[in-house]
Ligand binder design. Structure first.
Ligand code: 5AD
Ligand code: SF4
Length: 448
C-alpha cells in the first residue's frame, strides 16, 4: 500500500465540522477529541470511520492534544521509525494526561494489533488499545451503542464529502519477507460486490464526486468467480470518478489495464509496487514475479493508457541486496519510466522473515542507493512532466486554495496540478499547463 509514513503524519479532515479548540469566549466545547493518523490510506480511511463515531458521540474535533479530552492515535507499523514516532507522541500525551488536560487515550491501528502494544499500554497509561479488526469497539468506548460488525469495512466512512475511500478488501494473503501487514491485518477478506456497489451509490447520492477503492492488494479481490476487473467496471458505471490502490503485480490482469484506458470515469493512474528490479531479490522477498514479467505489465499499461501515470514502491537495502541487484533496480526504474515512486529503506520488522536474514546492508550503502534510485525516478518524472506543458486539462480540485490562492488538483491522467482558482474541492476547472517540476504540474489561471 502506498504509504505516506515517511513524511509527517497525515492529518486528514483538518477542518473540524464543529467549532474546534477553545471557542471565541475562551471556553472549551463540552467534549473534544483529537485524532492523529500515521501511515497509509487504509489508516486514513479507518480514521474517517472513527471520526464519524466520535462526532456521533457528541465530541467536537480539535487539532491539538492540549485541547482534547480524548486522543486517538491511529498508527502504522510498517517501518521501525513509525513506532519511535508514535512513542514520541505518546510521551507528550501522557504528560498532558498527568496534568489533567487529556482525559483518555486510545491507541488504534497496526501498532494496536502488534505484540508491542501491551508494553506501550502499560508504559504510557493508555485507556484503550484496538487492532485493525475491532475498530468498531471505539463506539462503546465513546458512549455509543455497541456496533455488531463482522469486519470493519461495513462501518460507515465519510459520506457527504467530495471524495471518499471505499474498502473492498482487508488483509493480505501474500507473505512478503519484509512485511508485517499480514501479521497485523490478517488474511484477505473480500467484501461482497453488492455491498460495495450500494455503498458507492449511497456516497454518490450524498454528493461524493471521487471514490477510491481501497485494499492492501485490491486487484486480488474476488467473489463467486468474479474478479477485480468486474467490480471496477461495475463501480465505474456508478461513480463519476474512481481510482484504486494498492495493486499487486501478480494479480494485475491485462483487462484491468485496458479498462483504465477505456473507461471514462477511471483516473488513468496506476500504482503498482515492484519493490526491486532484481530477480534474486524478488525471490528472496517472495513477491511471486520476475522483473521481466513486471516490465511486460507496464508495456501493456503504456500501450492502452498512453497518457497515464505510473507509480511504484521500491525497497532499497533488503538483506542480501548486492551492488548488482541495485543496478538492476536502477535499470528497471529507467525502463518503466515511473512518474513517481515511494522509495523505502529496508526496515527490519520483528516477526518478519527478513528481520532474521543475514546479509544486512550497511546504512551508508543503503543511503547511497536510496538517493540513486530517487534521482533516477526524479529525472524520468521531470522529463515526462515536461511533455504535459502546453496541454489543456480538465482538472479535478482536490484541495481548496491555500493562502497564496493555489489549489491542488488532478488531471484525468493522474498528474497532480497546482492551479490558481477559487473552485471548491470536487469541482472541475479547465486550464492549460504552463510548466512542470518533477512532482507536480503548474497550470495557468483558468479562464472560467
Ligand atoms: N521496510 C521497508 N519498506 C517496507 N515496506 C513494507 N514493509 C517494509 C519494510 N519492512 C514498503 C513496501 C510497501 C510499502 C507500503 O511499504 O514498499 O509496498
Ligand atoms: Fe505486505 Fe506483500 Fe501483502 Fe503488500 S503484498 S501488504 S507488501 S505482504
Amino acid at each position: 500500500m502506498n504509504n505516506s509514513g515517511t513524511t509527517t503524519p497525515i492529518q486528514l479532515s483538518s477542518k473540524p465540522t464543529r467549532p474546534a479548540g477553545p471557542s471565541e469566549t475562551g471556553t472549551r466545547p463540552n467534549r473534544t477529541a483529537c485524532i492523529r493518523t500515521f501511515g497509509c490510506q487504509m489508516n486514513v480511511h479507518d480514521s474517517d470511520r472513527m471520526r464519524r463515531m466520535i462526532r456521533d458521540a457528541g465530541y467536537a474535533e480539535v487539532q491539538s492534544y492540549e485541547d482534547a479530552d480524548l486522543v486517538v492515535l491511529n498508527t502504522c507499523y510498517v517501518r521501525e521509525n513509525a513506532v519511535d514516532r508514535v512513542r514520541g507522541h505518546l510521551g507528550e500525551i501522557n504528560r498532558l494526561k498527568r496534568e489533567g488536560r487529556v482525559k483518555r487515550v486510545a491507541l488504534t491501528g497496526c501498532i494496536g494489533a502488534a505484540s508491542e502494544a501491551e508494553q506501550l499500554e502499560r508504559q504510557y497509561n493508555i485507556d484503550l488499545v484496538l487492532g485493525t479488526h475491532n475498530t468498531y469497539e471505539l463506539a462503546s468506548f465513546v458512549g455509543l451503542p455497541t456496533m455488531e460488525e463482522t469486519y470493519t469495512p461495513d462501518l460507515p466512512g465519510t459520506e457527504g464529502d467530495h471524495s471518499a475511500f471505499v474498502t473492498i478488501m482487508t488483509g493480505c494473503n501474500y507473505q512478503c519477507s519484509y512485511c508485517i501487514v499480514p501479521t497485523v491485518r490478517g488474511r484477505m477478506i473480500c467484501r461482497p460486490m453488492d455491498n460495495i456497489v450500494s455503498e458507492v451509490e449511497r456516497l454518490v447520492e450524498s454528493g461524493t464526486k471521487y471514490v477510491t477503492l481501497l485494499g492492501q492488494t485490491v486487484d486480488a479481490w474476488r467473489q463467486d468467480g468474479k474478479r477485480f476487473c468486474d467490480l471496477l467496471e461495475r463501480v465505474s458505471e456508478v461513480a463519476p470518478r474512481i481510482w484504486f490502490t494498492t495493486s499487486h503485480p501478480s494479480n494485475m490482469e491485462d483487462r484491468t489495464l485496458k479498462a483504465i484506458g477505456e473507461r471514462e470515469t477511471i483516473v488513468r493512474r496506476l500504482h503498482l509496487p515492484v519493490q526491486s528490479g532484481s530477480d534474486k531479490m524478488l525471490k528472496a522477498m517472495h513477491r511471486g514475479y520476475k522483473a521481466d514479467r513486471y516490465r511486460r505489465k507496464i508495456e501493456v499499461f503504456r500501450e492502452h493508457v498512453p497518457d497515464g501515470t505510473l507509480s511504484t514502491d521500491i525497497i532499497v537495502g533488503h538483506p542480501g541486496e548486492t551492488a548488482e541487484d541495485h543496478e538492476q533496480t536502477l535499470r528497471l526504474v529507467e525502463d518503466c519510466a515511473f512518474d513517481s515512486a515511494y522509495i523505502f529503506k529496508f526496515s527490519p520488522r520483528k516477526g518478519t522473515e527478513a528481520a532474521e536474514l543475514g546479509g544486512v546492508v550497511p546504512d551508508k550503502v543503503v543511503q547511497r542507493r536510496f538517493l540513486q534510485v530517487l534521482r533516477q525516478v526524479e529525472q524520468n518524472a521531470y522529463a515526462q512532466n515536461q511533455r504535459k506543458v502546453g496541454s489543456l486539462e480538465d482538472i479535478y480540485i482536490r484541495h481548496g486554495s491555500t493562502d497564496d490562492g493555489r489549489s491542488i488538483g488532478e488531471t484525468w491522467s493522474g498528474h497532480a496540478v497546482h492551479v490558481g482558482t477559487n473552485a471548491k474541492p470536487g469541482e472541475y476547472v479547465e486550464a492549460r499547463i504552463a510548466s512542470a517540476g518533477p512532482h507536480v504540474l503548474y497550470a495557468e489561471v483558468p479562464r472560467s
